[in-house]
Design a protein around this ligand. Structure first.
Ligand code: SF4
Ligand code: SF4
Length: 272
């Protein structure tokens, strides 16, 4: 049991009024709680690896709830890539616990997808449920109440880079061979690591399509299969490599991916 449950709200990057409204409603609903410690960060995916947002997250050792505008699976593996480890807890955003054996830690991270519901109430109820599992009930009222949330300031700019789900990755290193921009390197145990994330071509998710395990995510891609949907990511992702080899210039691949995204009405820069 813990004294207070850390709750982290990761803000939307685009500042859409309806999203800001939901964030404010949730924060208002969490104010004054004796059993929670609430912190607000810029968008999780955009945080710099050594910036104050990631440093704060690394400092949290207990179980935590994290609310993001991302699939829980994407949020979990973004956390993992930044050295913030644990198991992914089941919530209404993700009913089955993922066996994140590659990253398992002592604590659970409960990732809630802010795109699931437009009202604060379901999130507040879910946080209540999780707090009731974890927070020592005795003398809760005697603790200092949670007043205003703590805001961690960071000038986070929209980023674009692959996120690897190591519970799926089979270590074939096709992603490393395929990428012409040096984004991946071979890491411990022969698994790929995203060594130079910002070398990735904005708007291009090509390695996600070639990964045989559906293990590579681009959380802001318009296609749920690429953005982190657990089931769709196992279907229909393959690139036709024979076509690719005829036009294997990676810049052309990136360009055609951006064109495809524009045709589908999605912002290929990933800024929204
Ligand atoms: S292509 Fe996919 S399965 Fe193969 S090493 Fe890369 S992430 Fe892992
Ligand atoms: S999308 Fe393209 S540039 Fe980015 S990591 Fe994958 S293969 Fe490399």
């Amino acid at each position: 049991m813990i004294e207070k449950l850390p709750v982290v709200l990761s803000q939307d990057r685009a500042g859409r009024p309806e999203h800001e409204h939901l964030e404010k409603e949730i924060l208002a609903g969490l104010e004054g709680r004796h059993d929670l410690k609430v912190t607000v960060l810029p968008h999780l995916y955009d945080l710099s690896q050594d910036g104050p947002g990631v440093q704060f997250l690394r400092s949290v050792e207990d179980d935590m709830v994290i609310l993001t505008w991302l699939y829980p699976r994407s949020a979990f593996w973004v956390l993992d890539a930044n050295g913030i480890h644990g198991s992914l807890g089941p919530t209404f955003s993700l009913t089955e616990e993922i066996d994140a054996a590659a990253a398992v830690g002592k604590r659970t991270m409960w990732c809630l997808d802010l795109r699931n519901e437009s009202r604060a109430e379901p999130y507040l109820k879910e946080i209540d449920r999780i707090a009731s599992l974890l927070v020592e009930p005795a003398a809760v009222a005697s603790r200092a109440a949670n007043g205003k949330p703590q805001f961690v300031e960071e000038a986070a700019e929209p980023r674009w880079y692959p996120v690897v789900d190591y519970s799926r990755c089979g270590g074939c290193l096709e992603c490393l061979d395929f990428c012409h921009f040096g984004v991946f390197a071979a890491g411990e145990g022969g698994r790929p690591v995203v060594e130079h994330p910002d070398a990735c071509r904005p708007g291009c998710p090509a390695c996600s399509r070639i990964c045989p395990q559906g293990a590579i995510m681009f959380p802001h891609h318009g296609d749920p299969a690429i953005a982190g949907d657990p089931e769709l990511s196992l279907k229909n992702l393959k690139l036709d490599l024979s076509r690719l080899s005829q036009a294997a210039d990676p810049r052309r691949i990136a360009e055609s991916e951006r064109k495809r995204a524009q045709e589908q009405g999605w912002d290929p820069t990933g800024s929204s």
